[in-house]
Write a protein that binds this ligand. Structure first.
Ligand code: FES
Ligand SMILES: [Fe+2]
Length: 346
């Protein structure tokens, strides 16, 4: 499968690295070893020893160094060979490294042309660091489905009405007015359901629960598969009575054609000191994402198989407009990158 390469991929949350010191993860079919440097930074190396190609993650990793488990050659976190017990530390014994940056509590890696890696182009997810830690939660799931199928799932939020009726859905999104707008750097989807029934997760935060509310949803997509979702509402026609919002960041990082790393974060603008509420939301979201989305996506993938999704001729509904436009935009970006690589062979 061809992936967009000149972009930042989220490979993990910083807290995961802080807990274990290093981890191995395959991104767009590139096996990576993510670890802390001795200076406290983050490095991303190809998880493959340059000698006999053993995974470095099978070796010993301590104090910012890796000793390969096969013949005990030691490498620094930047890929340089530090010690070769069999001879000289020749330059051929260098592990390829990739630009890695910390941003929005995540670790981002650039697998494309390294000279183009600019941390300023990491998608703008500042919401994560602006939200008090007591109101934010991080999650991660592995899904045995293609990352574009997983991305479609977030861009078609009407699925929540039928798949998550007791938490994130209920019917308002299906009934909502729906618009899609393309921008040079993003695609924005908006739903607005006036005087409707708020999804249970939002209704509980409204100043007047169990009453008609004006409900809005917004999903903003950034290439290749990063999405910021806002679900908000207020008593019908009366925003001044209180306007709670819940926020979700959904990042679908491809592992390979049939596997996706699903990273998510959730926060809100109300009851931000209530850590018990955040813990309850974490349980609810895990039940929805791992217990409802994941099985559906994996079952869908089993029906699609290895056939190109569009080649199967999916029947298109109004609610699919966002995912159709995003797939089209991503295809263009990937094609442009391939054309550029052809013009400038390495
Ligand atoms: S394969 Fe790593 S040292 Fe030989
Ligand atoms: Fe869902």
């Amino acid at each position: 499968m061809t992936y967009l390469r000149n972009c930042w991929y989220l490979v993990g949350w910083v807290k995961e690295l802080d807990e274990v010191g290093w981890f191995a993860r395959t991104i767009a079919e590139v096996p990576l070893l993510i670890m802390r440097t001795v200076e406290g930074g983050v490095s991303a190396l190809l998880d493959r020893c340059p000698h006999r190609f053993a995974p470095l993650s099978c070796g010993k990793i301590t104090d910012g160094q890796i000793t390969c488990g096969y013949h005990a050659i030691t490498f620094a976190a930047d890929g340089r060979c530090l010690d070769n017990p069999h001879g000289a530390a020749i330059s051929a014994l260098t592990v390829p490294s990739f630009a890695a940056a910390v941003g929005h509590t995540g670790i981002w890696v650039w697998i494309g042309e390294q000279a183009l890696a600019d941390p300023a182009t990491i998608p703008p997810l500042d919401l994560i660091t602006r939200t008090p830690a007591s109101a934010g939660l991080h999650g991660y799931e592995q899904i045995a489905a293609n990352y574009q199928l997983c991305t479609d799932n977030i861009l078609d939020l009407s699925h929540a009405d039928s798949l998550h009726p007791t938490s994130l859905g209920g019917g308002a999104t299906t009934r909502a007015q729906f618009t899609v707008k393309e921008h040079p750097d993003r695609i924005e989807l908006n739903w607005f359901a006036p005087s409707d029934v708020a999804p249970p997760a939002l209704d509980a935060l409204l100043p007047e629960p169990n009453n008609p509310a004006d409900v809005y949803l917004r999903a903003i997509w950034y290439a290749p598969s990063v999405m910021a979702v806002t679900l908000g509402g207020y008593p019908a026609g009366h925003r001044e009575r209180g306007n709670p919002e819940t926020w979700g960041i959904h990042v679908m990082t491809p592992s390979d054609a049939g596997k996706t790393h699903y990273f998510y974060w959730a926060g809100r603008n109300c009851l931000v000191e209530d850590a018990d509420l955040t813990a309850m939301v974490a349980v609810m979201l895990q039940a929805a994402f791992a217990g409802e989305d994941k099985p559906m996506l994996e079952a869908q993938q089993s029906r699609v198989g290895s056939t190109d999704f569009n080649a199967l001729g999916p029947a298109l509904l109004r609610t699919d407009e966002g995912s159709v436009r995003v797939r089209r935009r991503l295809s263009k970006l990937i094609a442009a990158e391939a054309a550029c690589a052809e013009r400038e062979p390495a």
